[in-house]
Design a protein around this ligand. Structure first.
Ligand code: SF4
Length: 357
C-alpha cells in the first residue's frame, strides 16, 4: 500500500464521527495543486476544502489597476507579471490599453527591470509590485540594487500584501467558518512557521504549513485533523525541508530595510489593518506614488461578481450566478477568474463541482 493511500485512509479514520469540517488553503498554488491532484474527490464527505485570499492578482484592488493604466497613458513603461494584464480595473485592463499602444511589458522577475531601465534611459519604468511575502524580498532587493547602481528611472507601484493579518481578519469575520488552515509553504519559507502561531494561541484554530505536492498537502490535512480530533490547536510545520521556524532571516532583513508595514486594501474584502507594505522614506525616490502621484476618480461599479465572498471562503465560485456563464477565463468579469491561480479559474478549469468518487 502506498504512503498516499495510507494517508487517505488515516484521514478517513480521523474524519469519521467528526462534524462537518472546513479547511481553508490560502495560496493559489495550493488551490491549483488540490484540484489537479483530485484531493477534493478523495476526502471524506464531511471534510470541505475552501479557498481563501491566496491569489495575489485576485486581491489586488481595481483602483491599483486604474493607476497602472494611468501611468501607462502618461508614457511610462509598465512592467508586470503576465497575470496582471487581463485583470479588470474599474473601466478597462492593461491588456486593452496595451492593444491601444501603451507600452506594457511582461517580465519574469522585478530584477529584469534593472536591465529595462538601463536599456531605456530616457523612459520611466514602473514595476507593478504585487504579491505576498514570497515575492516581496526580490522586489526589495531590486530597489536596493537600483539605488546602489544609481538608477533613477525605475519605480515601484507597490501593493504587496501580508498573509497573517489577512488570516486574523478572516477569523474575526463571523461569516467566515474555518476549522483549520493549510498554510502556504512559500510564504512560511520567508516569514517562518512561527509567524502563524497566533492561529492557535489567539484563536485556538489548527494550522499546518504545507508543501505543494499532493502527498504534502494530504500530510497537512492529516495533521489538521489530528489536532481537531484531539481537541488541540497548534501550528505544525509539515514542510521542514525548506521552512524554518524563524524563516529566512536574510530575506526578512532586506524586506525590513526597504519596506514598513502599512494598512492595505484587499479587493472584494476592504481595508485590513497592517496587512501591506509601503516603501520607507529612504527609498521614496523609487516609490512612484511619492514621486508622481496620480489621483484616480473612484467609480462605483455595480457588478454581480462575488469575488469578495469567494476570497473569504464564504461561498464557492459555483454559487456566483455569473460563474461559467457571463464569467469565464476568456471573458472574465472578476479577478478570481483571470489568474491561473484564481479560485474561480481553478473551479472552471478542473470541473467546478464537488464531484466525488
Ligand atoms: S465567477 Fe467571475 S463574477 Fe463570479 S465571483 Fe468568480 S470572478 Fe467574480
Amino acid at each position: 500500500m502506498t504512503e498516499k493511500i495510507k494517508r487517505v485512509e488515516r484521514i478517513a479514520k480521523l474524519a469519521a464521527g467528526n462534524k462537518k469540517l472546513r479547511l481553508m488553503e490560502v495560496c493559489g498554488t495550493h488551490t491549483v495543486a488540490i484540484f489537479r491532484s483530485g484531493i477534493r474527490q478523495i476526502l471524506p464527505p464531511n471534510i470541505e476544502l475552501v479557498s481563501g485570499p491566496g491569489c495575489p492578482v485576485c486581491v489586488t484592488n481595481d483602483d491599483y489597476i486604474d493607476k497602472a493604466i494611468e501611468y501607462s497613458r502618461r508614457g511610462f513603461i509598465v512592467a508586470t507579471f503576465g497575470d496582471m494584464l487581463k485583470v479588470p480595473g474599474t473601466r478597462t485592463s492593461l491588456a486593452a490599453v496595451a492593444a491601444e499602444g501603451a507600452d506594457v511589458r511582461i517580465v519574469y522577475s522585478p530584477l529584469d527591470c534593472i536591465k529595462l531601465a538601463r536599456e531605456n534611459p530616457t523612459r520611466k519604468i514602473i514595476f507593478l509590485a504585487v504579491g505576498f511575502e514570497t515575492t516581496a524580498p526580490t522586489q526589495a532587493a531590486t530597489v536596493m540594487a537600483a539605488k546602489a547602481q544609481g538608477i533613477k528611472n525605475l519605480f515601484m507601484l507597490s501593493a504587496q500584501k501580508l498573509v497573517p493579518p489577512a488570516l486574523k481578519f478572516l477569523l474575526n469575520d463571523a461569516a467566515v467558518k474555518v476549522d483549520g488552515f493549510i498554510l502556504p509553504g512559500h510564504v512560511a519559507v520567508v516569514i517562518g512557521a512561527n509567524a502563524f502561531n497566533f492561529l492557535a494561541e489567539e484563536f485556538h484554530v489548527a494550522g499546518a504549513v504545507s508543501g505543494f505536492e499532493a502527498e504534502e498537502i494530504l500530510t497537512a490535512i492529516e495533521s489538521l485533523l489530528e489536532q481537531i480530533d484531539g481537541g488541540r490547536a497548534e501550528v505544525t510545520n509539515n514542510y521542514r525541508s525548506v521552512v524554518k521556524a524563524e524563516g529566512n532571516v536574510a530575506a526578512k532583513k532586506i524586506l525590513a530595510q526597504v519596506y514598513e508595514v502599512a494598512d492595505a486594501d484587499w479587493r472584494g474584502i476592504g481595508k485590513i489593518p497592517a496587512s501591506g507594505l509601503k516603501m520607507r522614506e529612504e527609498f521614496s525616490a523609487f516609490d512612484i506614488e511619492q514621486v508622481e502621484p496620480v489621483i484616480i476618480e473612484r467609480v462605483e461599479k455595480k457588478s454581480a461578481c462575488r469575488c469578495g465572498e469567494v476570497l473569504r471562503g464564504v461561498i464557492n465560485p459555483t454559487e456566483c450566478p455569473l460563474f461559467g456563464k457571463a464569467c469565464q477565463p476568456l471573458h472574465a468579469i472578476g479577478p478570481c477568474m483571470v489568474s491561473v491561480e484564481g479560485v474561480c479559474a481553478a473551479w472552471f478549469k478542473y470541473g467546478g463541482s464537488n464531484f466525488r468518487w
